[in-house]
Design a protein around this ligand. Structure first.
Ligand code: ZN
Length: 391
């Protein structure tokens, strides 16, 4: 821990405001990516150190830009480290107008702010700017600005670790309190089911119909009775589940013959995620078999599920955990290792065998209209990330 990191608070603050003001919903990150690139070029980052990968082509033809990757060659020996933040914000943040109020950045209009994760993006811009303008000694560093984090970590899942230069470990700046190191997080499945019934005139011959909606209602109620709906606490496992989307139906006078349901299952234990998802699948199957018309015809389902991201847990005695802890203590922080119940780009990177810790740079109340950034915490996040980079 021989190297010192300093940065300019006013410039760091300006980066944050500039970046929050640029829209960038998932799949439409090109504008914010370009602002990041312009800022980096103007602080002395060489164009040949900056490139975009083709993540967007692997995800969807509708997406307008890939992950932005910046690779600084080291000027001291050492293993390459990776720093990550995500460019996209959730739809509620569209149109945000950031302003300062006392020690916070808040939003002037009634939308989400987008401090998730523009705090992380601005923190990494500040970090690169400070390293280059102050000519700080540093090992080789890679900076990854991901796309599509908010819709399933798609940019981080798609990134090629060769493009990242095979880093030894990583820091993801995408949380609130800088001293809280996220060393474990849950994993999640998403699942969807199409329920097929049989239509009939609801007033004249309802007995001829098989109601897809009734199948959905019975199945979901059954899952709840078994204790797998919402918060799930069993002797052998814990997690949560949710039914988030139900679509279907055309008319009140017609027995409903098609319903689409989409939900998710979460747990820190991958086997328990499977168990929750299978409980839904079985319940829909049983319900479809049990709802019949007067001729004994019953409903049917098509169920599919996929692992959105795997859970992870960083060993507290690992090199990454000990290094992070030591650096934080060195600059007077009181580090704490914590667990979160949500998915992060860190889930995807840990699954690629890049041990990744997530830390905060002042974002709070993410995904709500009460979102704000604590400016002091943002500066602390910049300082911590800087020390982690140069040592
Ligand atoms: Zn985030």
């Amino acid at each position: 821990m021989s190297h010192t990191f300093t940065f300019n608070n006013d410039q760091a603050y300006q980066h944050l405001l500039d970046l929050i003001a640029v829209p960038g919903l998932s799949g439409c990150e090109d504008r914010v990516a370009n602002v990041v690139m312009e800022k980096l070029i103007s602080c002395g980052c060489r164009p040949e150190w900056i490139f975009f990968d083709d993540a967007h082509h692997k995800i969807s033809s509708e997406f307008n830009v890939g992950n932005l990757i910046v690779k600084l060659p080291g000027n001291v020996a050492g293993a390459r480290k990776l720093f990550v933040s995500h460019l996209d914000t959730v739809p509620i943040c569209k149109g945000a107008v950031p302003i300062r109020e006392k020690g916070r950045v808040i939003n002037q209009v009634g939308t989400g702010l987008g401090g998730d994760d523009r705090t992380g993006v601005a923190c990494l811009v500040t970090l690169i700017e400070s390293i280059l303008t102050n000519k700080l000694p540093h090992p080789p560093l890679t900076f990854l600005f991901t796309i599509a984090e908010e819709i399933g970590l798609l940019g981080a899942r798609t990134v090629d670790i060769g493009d990242l230069g095979h880093p030894e470990f990583a820091f993801n700046i995408d949380s609130g309190v800088p001293e809280h190191f996220i060393t474990s997080a849950i994993g999640a499945d998403r699942w969807e089911v199409e329920i097929h019934g049989k239509s009939a005139h609801a007033g004249v011959h309802p007995e001829d119909g098989v109601s897809a909606l009734l199948i959905a209602a019975i199945a979901i109620t059954d899952v709840e009775k078994q204790g797998y709906f919402g918060k799930v606490t069993k002797k052998h496992g814990r997690g949560s589940s949710n039914v988030g989307i139900i679509n279907g139906g055309d008319a009140t006078n017609q027995v409903n013959d098609y319903i689409y349901v989409k939900g998710e299952s979460r747990s820190a234990n991958p086997l328990f995620i499977d168990e929750i998802t299978m409980t839904y699948k079985n319940a829909f199957n049983v319900a479809a078999g049990g709802v019949k018309n007067n001729r004994g015809t019953h409903g049917s389902i098509t169920f599919s599920s996929w692992r959105d991201y795997d859970p992870f847990k960083i060993n507290k005695r690992s090199k990454l955990a000990l290094f992070s802890h030591d650096i934080a203590r060195h600059i007077g922080f009181k580090p704490k290792f914590i667990h979160v119940e949500g998915g992060l780009d860190a889930n995807a990177l840990n699954a690629k065998n890049i041990p990744t810790i997530t830390l905060g740079a002042g974002q709070h109340n993410a995904h709500t209209i009460n979102e704000y950034v604590d400016i002091n915490e943002y500066y602390k996040g910049c300082l911590l990330a800087g020390y982690l980079a140069v040592n």
